[in-house]
Write a protein that binds this ligand. Sequence first.
Ligand SMILES: [Zn+2]
Length: 140
Amino acid sequence: MVSERCYNEIVEKVKYNVGEDAFEYIWPAVKKALIEGTGKVREQILISWLDCDTCRVCTECGKIMEEGWYNMGAYACSDECVMKQDGISQEEFDRYQIFKSTIENYLDDGQNIEDLTKEEIQKIIDDNIENWDAYYTEWC
Ligand SMILES: [Zn+2]
């Protein structure tokens, strides 16, 4: 379901929260909730309770993900899921993977977004990724 890296973090954080002795009793229940629970349940455990660094929960389908989209406060595990959310159009997604309007802020007078090369667009993304409202990333 998740990578070893992510699994190990979850185990360590549960142990830290409940203590070594209680772990063996609580772990089966946590594991069951993560496998069978809804996206909301997974989010409550992984993010609200354990504050995991290595994963997020897809807002659309509830999948636990280690890389994916952050889109204006929501998360999406796949291109399919991010398309169900507001904020990014198919064209923006296909061409730029970020908001076209954001790139437009970086244009010189008279310059069109179409004038930018793929490398120039990538540089804007790399320089500003912390400030984007929507971007693809890996959590670690
Ligand atoms: Zn998803």
